[in-house]
Design a protein around this ligand. Structure first.
Ligand SMILES: [Zn+2]
Length: 177
């Protein structure tokens, strides 16, 4: 996306155009190639970039062998969709500062890359911190890294986001099994 358009999208939400740099967030390019990985529990089709999709399939299968069912909740999200989500929250009356602790500004969400995946499990299909109490999360903390997934936003993360135990980011490495 060109930087003028991104500046316009940020300003339209009431964010300064240098908001990302000021908060030391990393700009995230939108994925160019995406594949479907299936539906989330709400019936929405989820997309990831191809290498992430492969790693997710392997991880999901490995978990299932140990009776842990991992489900996708959210995958690729465009810069424009990110702006729409923030816009809807503003319209529902939440303050921009509050929203910015839970949502990255447009252009700075790992979901733009197609390499980020919000994960849930049957019986817990919302992105809330109590996901950390589920056996699915316990399994992920032990095994996800072997498949290339890291939890981006632990407690007190330097980016200033809330604790997001459901949010995992695929970092290609030779440790992928
Ligand atoms: Zn996420």
């Amino acid at each position: 996306m060109d930087s003028d358009l991104l500046s316009h999208i940020l300003q339209d939400l009431g964010l300064p155009e240098n908001y990302g740099e000021k908060r030391r967030l990393h700009f995230c390019e939108e994925a160019k190639v995406l594949v479907k990985i299936g539906l989330n529990p709400y019936g929405k089709t989820i997309y990831l970039e191809p290498d992430t999709a492969k790693a997710w399939e392997k991880m999901k299968e490995a978990a299932l062998k140990e009776n842990i069912e991992l489900l996708p909740l959210s995958g690729f999200r465009s810069i424009r969709t990110q702006a729409e989500i923030i816009r809807m929250k503003l319209e529902s009356g939440r303050s921009l500062d509050d929203i910015m602790t839970a949502n990255a500004p447009p252009g700075y969400s790992q979901h733009h890359t197609g390499r980020a995946l919000d994960i849930c499990t049957p019986g817990f299909i919302v992105p809330e911190k109590d996901f950390a109490q589920t056996p699915a999360f316990q399994w992920l903390t032990i095994h996800a890294q072997k498949f290339g997934f890291i939890m981006s936003y632990p407690v007190n993360n330097p980016e200033g986001f809330i604790y997001e135990p459901w949010h995992w980011y695929f970092v290609p490495s030779d440790r992928i099994v």
